[in-house]
Design a binder for this molecule. Structure first.
Ligand SMILES: [Zn+2]
Length: 131
């Protein structure tokens, strides 16, 4: 089984790690008081700590569209390559739980959040069912 080409977007999984663009602001008691967009600097847009992660994604998508698309494509490409490697090399899904593997991926791209083995399994099943 092989994956279709990258532009097919068979993989719908994207990590929700947007913390490269959003800063968590804490008060002196180390309590989260706001989320702040790094890209809006110096007039950073802030959001209350109770806001949904999707709200932060919407801000990035609407206010920093090119950065957001580039971010999504980068994450998609990494996940695509990861799933393709697991399939083609018959790696166990649990490879994504290996701490040295985490170190490798973090070294290559600190922004990337490795999917769980359950997510990898679901992606491969989804790819298999669409081919
Ligand atoms: Zn912003």
């Amino acid at each position: 089984m092989s994956l279709s080409n990258n532009s097919n977007k068979t993989i719908s999984h994207y990590t929700s790690d947007i913390w490269s663009y959003i800063t968590k602001l804490f008060n002196n008691d180390n309590i989260l008081i706001d989320y702040s967009c790094k890209l809006c600097s110096p007039n950073q847009k802030t959001y209350a700590p109770g806001c949904a992660i999707s709200t932060l994604h919407h801000h990035l998508q609407n206010k920093h569209h090119e950065t957001y698309i580039s971010f999504k494509n980068e994450l998609y490409n990494i996940t695509y390559c990861l799933v393709n490697w697991i399939i083609s090399d018959l790696q166990p899904f649990s490879v994504v739980e290996n701490s040295q593997f985490h170190d490798l991926i973090y070294t290559l791209n600190p922004k990337y959040k490795i999917p769980t083995r359950q997510t990898i399994r679901d992606l491969i099943i989804k790819i298999f069912n669409t081919q």
